[in-house]
Design a binder for this molecule. Structure first.
Ligand SMILES: [Zn+2]
Length: 352
């Protein structure tokens, strides 16, 4: 670790309540919170003061309460200036759920990466019913029976927060620089939690709008989904952490959940260690239960789950760790007579 780098995570600011209040994190950078009726009960949103108005980063959920809070914030805290642009770090509906409403209501464009924008467009429609065979097979391979698959989709199909997507956008690319007021924000791409997640980094002031790439005490979901069954998102996620770790050691991290913090490299290391630990748990599981299915491994890795949405995330995350082990040559996958993928540790020296 570089001299003078923080050796622990610290929280220099008291967060605003999720009631339309704001906290100034740095000159021209405001922090507000939107409520969420979930275990994770808020999302942080940020406002960046430009010359002629404000750039908003992330929206909160598509709920009446969040829309009301945005009306309050724009009427109260923006010094009479308008919102000029919405940036969404990624497509998840706590971050971009009000994107279409912002476009209509404030007359602004939404800026996103290509990967996030079109993923948002795809998920604006619920999964087709009946499920296409490719989707059904993905869950069968994982070890769910038909009743299990139907239960999973019955639970997630009518998600109340699924939001409409705006029909046009402004594309962000990795390395782009957004000049907003006196600040220059560089787009830094993260992968693994979502396809092309945009962080914004002010290299002069050492500020990082981190989205979900770097949260101080919880870990972001890293999952394989039925859209890309052969993906290895954990490798992408760990590579993204390595890239973020190279930013200035004293960077003030503005995450999408929990509190603004310092100790970026401490946290990237903790997150890498968390996944190394999960991989170890999986190795142990496969040692005791060779030929386990992904669902069986999920019960070991995530013994506590709260419903179909949790099940989907836990299964996807288990598959992500299994994919990493397969790509590393540590685990072999075979399809059994019932159409279930079986995972086993490879013997030393054996080709996976
Ligand atoms: Zn997210």
């Amino acid at each position: 670790m570089a001299d003078g780098a923080p050796t622990a995570i610290s929280y220099p600011l008291t967060p605003p309540p999720a009631d339309g209040s704001v906290v100034e994190v740095a000159p021209g950078v405001l922090w507000a919170r939107m409520p969420m009726p979930m275990a994770l009960d808020h999302i942080n949103v940020y406002l960046l003061r430009g010359e002629h108005g404000w750039v908003v980063v992330d929206t909160g959920l598509n709920t009446a309460r969040c829309r009301e809070l945005w009306q309050h914030i724009t009427a109260t805290h923006l010094g009479g200036l308008p919102i000029t642009l919405l940036v969404c770090t990624h497509w998840h509906y706590d971050h971009a759920g009000l994107a279409a409403w912002f476009v209509e209501h404030f007359g602004v464009r939404v800026a996103m990466t290509l990967g996030e924008y079109f993923t948002m467009r795809a998920y604006a429609q619920p999964a087709p019913d009946p499920l296409p065979s490719t989707q059904r097979n993905f869950y069968r391979h994982a070890g769910l029976d038909d009743a299990g698959i139907d239960a999973l989709f019955a639970g997630v199909r009518h998600d109340p927060f699924t939001a409409p997507a705006p029909r046009s956008y402004r594309r962000l690319r990795g390395g782009d620089v957004l000049a907003i007021g006196q600040r220059r924000w560089q787009v830094v791409i993260g992968e693994g939690h979502s396809p092309e997640h945009a962080c914004l980094y002010d290299a002069d002031a050492h500020l990082l709008l981190a989205g979900d790439q770097l949260l101080p005490r919880i870990t972001s979901n890293v999952l394989v989904s039925d859209i890309e069954p052969e993906a290895n998102p954990l490798a992408l996620w760990l590579a993204s952490l390595t890239r973020l770790e190279r930013l200035a050691a004293d960077t003030l991290v503005l995450p999408s959940h929990q509190e603004v913090f310092r100790g970026l490299a401490v946290r990237t290391r903790e997150l890498a260690e968390h996944h190394a630990h999960q991989l170890d748990v999986l190795r142990g599981c496969l040692e005791h239960a060779p030929q386990a299915s992904a669902v069986a491994a999920m019960h070991t890795l995530f013994p506590r789950r709260r419903g179909p949405f949790d099940d989907m995330l836990a299964l996807g995350e288990t598959l992500a760790h299994l994919a990493w082990l397969r790509d590393a040559g540590e685990v072999r996958r075979t399809l059994d007579a019932h159409g279930i993928h079986r995972f086993a540790l490879t013997a030393a020296g054996e080709a996976p």
